[in-house]
Ligand binder design. Structure first.
Ligand SMILES: [Zn+2]
Length: 406
């Protein structure tokens, strides 16, 4: 979603005006009362994440506050039909969906006795071609309130084939029309042979493991920064083959062109997956095996998504010993062509120069090695982003926070 209309410009201008006033007020509060207020943490998830058949969907809100007791959680759910935005002929058709025939319901959970940590679930029935939005308002015992972001997702069989199906789409105040989210789409490879339901189940499992998972090390970075991602399921038509020798997105081009990264999920075991070193280009693409390297006793597709996604979205290079070119595009880079460049990067990260190690004795490529399992080096659920690769992910998320991820 890179389009923006005059109405959105107005609304965003209004929003930044309000934010500025909020900031001024915030400074006053800080001066008068010394301690700044901390916002509640409100996390939103629906299960299943994506299912292209009629089903019951459970929306779960988890709220935590540091100082106040939560008395009630209200969940506002708007359910309607997914369209290509062209109804009435007033707008051109779009592969990023609109909604019509929407109905809104509010579910409420009373928290008795009030507690600083509480959850609320709402179950809703989805038919075909559904487009659902939800947001929560947390009401505290002292009468204060806080509202969450709005998440939009789709479910049931889409009425239009060539449409981007939102899995987890931030839609507050149309900010998703701007450039402050990383838009990532997953498509079925032709080796799914038309089994779109299986693809959707694989997507839900892999996305849950990569972005809704605080239990494993490799997924904590993406999970903690989920608010910067919009996740989409694409239609059939993509085709990839072993070692990225062929990646064809032509048949899904109208969806692909709106994305910052495109992932083709495949079933055939090619032994390896690969990715463009991307920095948000809509042409960037990666492949992910739906079961990862499980057959060889290594991580599942969720780990592969985080590893290939780091190439695709952050421009991070592999840090394997057999790497022969220093092709990192990340900020900061995670590979260096000289010891002095590596040492300079290490010092900037507050690390000792002695953490710089050559990949092998002869190739003249350097990395920062703290002796930890790095996601760009080790296919292991216990891996994570450290030093320069961690800084590169945080650099990108901060850019999103500042209004333009790329
Ligand atoms: Zn890699």
């Amino acid at each position: 979603m890179r389009g923006i209309n005059a109405n959105q410009v107005f609304r965003n201008a209004l929003r930044s005006f309000r934010n500025r006033n909020a900031l001024v007020f915030g400074v006053l509060v800080f001066c008068l009362y010394v301690a700044p207020l901390r916002a509640a943490e409100i996390s939103l998830q629906h299960t299943p994440l994506y299912k292209p058949e009629p089903h019951d969907s459970t929306i779960r809100i988890q709220a935590n506050d540091f100082a106040r007791n939560i008395a009630r959680i209200q969940v506002r759910v708007t359910n309607g039909q997914m369209t290509d935005c062209s109804a009435g002929g007033q707008r051109p058709s779009s592969t990023i969906p609109c909604r019509e025939k929407a109905k809104t319901q509010t579910h409420e959970c009373q928290i008795a006795p009030p507690e600083p940590s509480a959850s609320c679930s709402a179950k809703i029935g989805l038919g075909d071609n559904a487009l659902v939005s939800y947001a929560a308002t947390v009401v505290f015992e002292d009468g204060s309130k806080e509202s969450s972001k709005t998440i939009t997702y789709s479910g049931g069989k889409p009425a239009i084939n060539m449409i981007a199906r939102p899995i987890y789409w931030h839609t507050d105040l149309l900010t998703s029309s701007l450039k402050n989210k990383i838009d990532l789409a997953l498509y079925p490879d032709d080796d799914y042979q038309g089994d779109y339901a299986l693809f959707a189940a694989d997507v839900s499992r892999i996305v849950a493991g990569a972005l809704f998972n605080n239990q494993q090390e490799f997924s904590k970075n993406w999970t903690a920064n989920r608010q910067h991602f919009n996740l989409w399921a694409g239609p059939e038509g993509a085709d990839a083959s072993d070692k990225c020798q062929t990646i064809n997105l032509d048949k899904v081009k109208t969806v692909q062109m709106h994305m910052n990264g495109n992932v083709i999920l495949h079933k055939d075991d090619w032994g390896t997956d690969c990715s463009t070193l991307g920095l948000g280009e809509s042409s960037s693409s990666a492949t992910v095996h739906h079961k990862g390297y499980n057959q060889r006793g290594s991580p599942d597709g969720d780990w592969v998504l985080v590893h290939e996604g780091a190439h695709l979205l952050f421009g991070l290079a592999d840090e394997y010993d057999n790497v022969t070119s220093s092709n990192s595009r990340s900020t900061p880079k995670n590979l260096f062509t000289s010891l002095s460049a590596c040492e300079q990067a290490a010092l900037q990260l507050g690390l000792s120069k002695s953490t710089c190690k050559e990949l092998s004795q002869t190739n003249g490529i350097w990395r920062i090695d703290e002796g930890k399992k790095e996601t760009m080096r080790e296919a292991d659920d216990d891996s994570d982003f450290f030093n320069s690769s961690r800084a590169a992910t945080l650099h990108r998320f901060q850019a999103c926070e500042n209004g333009a991820c790329y």
